[in-house]
Design a protein around this ligand. Structure first.
Ligand code: URA
Length: 407
């Protein structure tokens, strides 16, 4: 992998390797060896030594409306636990964590490793773009997997995610493995397999790891789209967030606090996280963090779309399902995501799914809102969003946001 990152192994060899793994899989020892080789392809950070304390991190396998880190970071840091995270950009659906942060005017995602460490020490929280020298082999290999249709293999996904988490240096990591229509892992069985493999890889590298398997059969929270998701994060840090998103944020935060050096268990962690979201301390931490990275934390500084169009329920009943991918694609076509890696993102646009699964609706009631830059794209997105909803006469059986915790 080091030789590949240095350009001494040609792409065609590596593409053949990825294809072989895709069809034959890797056993446990081979997956450890691949992950280790990927970690050693570039720089590694010892956050514990640099900060002088236990540092926690979280990662999500990605989903529609997933802004969890943006709320978990300030909550955990407000509770006194350093949170340092390196993130990627999104390709497809909506933006990634960095794109969401870049909807904040002035916010800098590109900090040097030294600036990153200094900020985690001084402020308690930093979320930045992954340094180019952190697991360079993954960046190259991921690009190859993308164009050779070999992304979807559990060993390659686990090695890719865990090599970056291990190299980034946190002592304890909570991994949010999304399950469902809007996720890589479509079934709970596949999600479990990925979670267990990532747990083993983390433990092998001496890290404490827990996986939460969470529902991605409908968008998370209401907001899908970059600035809209920052607004929803702010609401959640004021204790006014949507129920499913708030629950996920609080349970991930509780787990991270239980991992930390505060010496609390998960139940006490949950109480502290909840208090931080209610007493203004998480919001104050958010503001300090955004300012430290050059951004304007005021909600009214965020960009707004020119056209806001309500989407109405075509019938009365209960929301039975909301296709996460369909809503994600509607947001993408509005400009909230990238179709190719060089596309620009429009931070203002997106979709608010105001009614969620099991909510009752009347005919003509507003179920969603489209934020667009012109009437034509708003009308198209509104049609796509209404088509993503299905309705029934009775409410569907409730599904919790956290399906399972492993580790
Ligand atoms: N996310 C990653 O970082 N790598 C993968 O292979 C899949 C999802």
């Amino acid at each position: 992998m080091l030789e590949y990152a240095r350009g001494n192994v040609p792409d065609y060899q590596m593409a053949a390797f990825a294809m072989a793994v895709f069809f034959r899989g890797l056993d446990g020892a081979e997956t450890f060896a691949l992950t280790d080789a990927m970690v050693r392809s570039g720089e590694t950070i010892d956050l514990h030594a640099a900060i002088g304390r236990k540092v926690v991190d979280k990662h999500s396998t990605g989903g529609v409306g997933d802004k969890t880190s943006l709320a978990v970071g300030p909550i955990v840091a407000a509770c006194g636990v350093p949170f340092g995270k390196m993130s990627g950009r999104g390709l497809g659906h909506t933006g990634g964590t960095l794109d969401k942060l870049e909807s904040i005017p002035g916010f800098r995602v590109e900090l040097t490793t030294d600036e990153f460490l200094q900020q985690v020490r001084d402020v308690g929280l930093a979320i930045i773009g992954q340094s180019a020298n952190l697991v360079p082999a993954d960046k190259l290999l991921y690009g190859l997997r993308d164009v050779t249709a070999t992304v979807d293999n559990v060993s390659l996904i686990a090695a890719s995610i865990m090599s970056k988490k291990i190299a980034a240096g946190a002592d304890a990591i909570v991994l949010d493995v999304k399950v469902g229509d809007g996720a890589f892992m479509k079934t709970i069985e596949d999600a479990r397999e990925l979670a267990e493999l990532m747990l083993e890889l983390g433990r092998h590298a001496g890290r404490e790891v827990a996986c939460v398997l969470t529902d991605m059969d409908q968008p998370l929270g209401h907001a899908v789209g970059n600035a809209l998701e920052i607004r929803e994060t702010l609401a959640t840090l004021r204790g006014e967030g949507p129920a499913d998103f708030t629950e996920l944020v609080l349970s991930a935060s509780a787990r991270l606090l239980a991992f930390s050096d505060l010496g609390v268990d998960e139940a006490a962690g949950r109480e502290r996280a909840d208090a931080a979201a209610r007493d203004g301390s998480a919001l104050a931490m958010y503001e300090g963090w955004i300012v430290a990275q050059g951004g304007d934390p005021a909600e009214d500084a965020l960009p707004t779309a020119s056209v806001v169009r309500d989407v109405e329920a075509p019938r009365a009943g209960y929301v039975n399902a909301i296709g996460a991918v369909d809503v994600g694609m509607a947001a993408l076509r509005l400009g909230a995501g990238r179709q190719t890696k060089d596309d620009d993102i429009d931070h203002a646009v997106g979709v608010l799914c105001l009614k969620k699964r099991s909510d009752s609706v009347d005919t003509g009631e507003t179920i969603a809102q489209v934020h667009a830059q012109d009437e034509e794209s708003a009308a198209r997105a509104a049609e796509e969003v209404v088509a993503a909803y299905t309705f029934a006469d009775d409410p569907p059986a409730p599904t919790p946001i956290v399906l399972e915790t492993i580790g």
